[in-house]
Design a protein around this ligand. Structure first.
Ligand SMILES: [Zn+2]
Ligand SMILES: [Zn+2]
Length: 305
């Protein structure tokens, strides 16, 4: 599982950063890519990456501000022109359906694949074989969500030594044992896979925030996750200005990372006022409070550990 940042700028693109978009690569788990937000120019960023848009299975939009959605109609159409027939699910706040429907209709565009659009409410979005996603309402100038993504725990591995001790022969029943099921062996014995499995392998978890000023919901969203992706639009000295506009600062986001006991904090959504030279200072402000912080650049890739 890895995160690939396609855009890390707040509000407007700069020469160094495009507006917000992020890919969660789940190809090792469910042969799919998920996208979070799709600012203008995201398609061009994809062209400079190994991402294949036909692999997109789900797109999650945090809120309807342009720097998070203006790339969406073009991306949806390009996925169609690439000949995709696999369904795509789009999640976003109220109005996302109208935005997509209107832009496609007025531009005379059509899609070659089924597009399912779900308008998000706080709470569980879905829970399937491998993953569970929950939406939390944030505090921004428009309706905005953060998404908590949790991979289900996987069964532990079979203990070969114990199987040998009990003289369990290898055979087609191994698959059922791996899933913790009971099987009857050729000698008539019935054994249960659970007795031969090691500790379950803990699933990974992530909290991917939309734009927000500090809010109590944030702690619930991020508690104990492996990776938290959060905006740091402005530096600490501009806290009042940031919060007035529904944004957070470096130190506010880092404080959340510390209080929520996350393992790794990736900071993104950086104001266009900051140049490359300013970034070490922004990162230092975060690390002062939460040392395991990284600052995302466009095309940064982070493995979820
Ligand atoms: Zn934004
Ligand atoms: Zn916004």
């Amino acid at each position: 599982m890895e995160l690939r940042f396609l855009g890390t700028s707040a509000g407007i693109p700069t020469k160094e950063r495009n507006v917000t978009s992020l890919i969660l690569d789940l190809q090792a788990i469910r042969s799919a890519l998920w996208m979070f937000d799709c600012g203008e120019g995201t398609q061009h960023q994809i062209l400079n990456s190994p991402i294949k848009i036909r692999k997109l299975e789900k797109i999650f939009i945090t809120h309807l501000h342009g720097d998070h959605i203006f790339g969406l109609p073009g991306l949806l159409c390009s996925r169609s022109m690439a000949g995709s027939t696999a369904p795509l699910t789009l999640y976003g706040p109220k109005g996302i359906h109208q935005f997509v429907k209107t832009t496609l209709q007025l531009s005379g565009s059509f899609l070659t694949y089924p597009l399912e659009i779900t308008e998000v409410q706080p709470g569980l979005l879905f829970d399937d074989d491998t993953m569970k996603v929950t939406a939390y309402a944030l505090n921004h100038r428009v309706e905005c969500y953060g998404y908590r993504i949790e991979e289900h725990d996987k069964p532990g591995v079979l203990d070969a030594q114990k199987l040998n001790q009990d003289s369990v022969p290898r055979g087609p029943w191994m698959q059922a044992l791996k899933q913790g099921k009971s099987v009857t062996l050729e000698d008539g014995r019935t054994i249960c896979g659970k007795d031969y499995l090691g500790e379950p392998i803990r699933g990974k978890s992530l909290a991917i925030f939309g734009d927000t000023e500090p809010t109590p919901e944030a702690l619930k969203l991020a508690t104990n996750v492996d990776v938290m992706v959060h905006e740091i639009t402005l530096e600490d000295a501009f806290a009042e200005k940031a919060n007035e506009r529904g944004h957070s600062t470096t130190k506010q986001a880092a404080t959340l990372a510390r209080d929520a006991k996350v393992r790794h904090f990736i900071a993104t959504h950086i104001s266009g006022r900051y140049s490359k030279e300013d970034c070490p200072r922004l990162l230092a402000e975060c690390r002062e409070i939460f040392p395991d912080t990284d600052l995302a650049e466009d095309f940064s890739v982070f493995v979820v550990k």
